[in-house]
Design a protein around this ligand. Structure first.
Ligand code: C2E
Ligand code: CA
Ligand code: CA
Ligand code: CA
Length: 281
């Protein structure tokens, strides 16, 4: 058993490999028996690199497990996806996060809400309906919702992805490609899709640091430049150090997300955090 301490502002439990099979069965049983009301959302700010302003937050799923405490997604996400439970969980999450974003907007804190969508949900008929329902019930402006899809999710079935994305874009929802650089798709493939944002995986940020040894990551700069030429903004993920920040700025990234800027936090903390940022501290 290993505890991933300090990843959030809270302790997140993740099971050791030794017990993986038993753990997965336990998760599946609990999900089947209805653990839906034990899920919570944490929010991680995404910051504009030109002004330092917060542009939005990414919703990250956690499970308040009755015995293990707060669980990170890597402890349960793949089981939830395989057993079909992630779709109802995400339906709840869409409802909760759009409600939260609408509430913040009413308080004068306008934050774009980014929600991760799994491959299964993306290829399910129900996604469009789930998104529309959440928007209607919350009253949130569609432009304030961004769906994050990994490059492998959209590369699985590009034709279907194009249709699905066109429908979503049709009612104003934003779309980002997540974890760019971890799969084998190229920007050329992705540019056929109606996406507005590219999230560059943190493995590329740390690789750029190793390769560049103090200079600008040339690869990073090339990706960002190509994205810009297509009208796509880029977000650097996993900005952990001042050196990362310097590098992604120099590469021309528009936005950044990472522990250096802010960790994922509970909803109540977000308003306090935003107040501090606005006050310049
Ligand atoms: P992701 O979409 O790439 O989300 C970013 C992950 O990186 C989060 O981990 C976040 O806590 C972590 N992170 C943020 N800044 C830093 C940093 O500076 N350094 C490092 N090392 N990590 C950083 P988390 O919350 O454990 O989520 C892991 C993954 O689980 C997410 O990766 C996403 O793929 C998935 N996930 C989380 N919530 C959901 C959800 O609601 N639905 C779906 N389908 N997937 C989710
Ligand atoms: Ca994401
Ligand atoms: Ca990501
Ligand atoms: Ca990732």
């Amino acid at each position: 058993e290993a505890k991933a301490a300090g990843r959030d502002r809270v302790h997140l439990f993740s099971p050791g490999l030794r017990d993986a099979a038993r753990w997965r069965m336990d998760v599946a049983t609990r999900l089947r028996d209805g653990a839906l009301d034990q899920f919570v959302v944490h929010y991680q700010p995404v910051v504009r690199l030109d002004t330092g302003e917060v542009e939005g937050v990414e919703a990250l799923l956690r499970w308040q497990h009755p015995e293990r405490g707060l669980l990170a997604p890597d402890a349960f996400l793949s089981v939830a996806e395989e057993t079909g439970h992630l779709i109802p969980i995400t339906r709840w999450l869409l409802h909760e996060t759009t409600r939260q974003a609408a509430e913040w907007a009413q308080q004068g804190l306008s934050l774009r809400m980014a929600v991760n969508i799994s491959a299964r949900h993306f290829s399910a008929e129900t996604l469009v309906r789930d998104v529309r329902t959440a928007l209607r019930e919350s009253g949130l402006a569609p432009e304030q919702l961004m769906l994050e899809l990994t490059e492998t999710t959209v590369a699985e079935d590009p034709t279907r992805a194009e249709d699905q994305l066109a429908i979503l874009r049709g009612f104003g929802v934003r779309v980002a490609i997540d974890d760019f650089g971890t799969g084998w798709s190229s920007l050329a493939q992705l540019m056929a899709l109606p996406i507005g944002t590219l999230k560059i995986d943190r493995s590329l940020i740390s690789a750029a640091e190793r390769l560049a040894a103090g200079g600008t990551g040339a690869v990073l700069g090339a990706i960002v430049g190509l994205a810009h030429s297509l009208g796509i903004r880029s977000v650097a993920e996993g900005v952990e150090t001042a050196e990362h920040l310097r590098m992604v700025r120099e590469a021309g990234c528009d936005l950044a997300q990472g522990y250096l800027l802010a960790r994922p936090m509970a909803s109540g903390e977000v308003t306090r955090w935003a107040d501090r940022v606005r006050a310049g501290g």
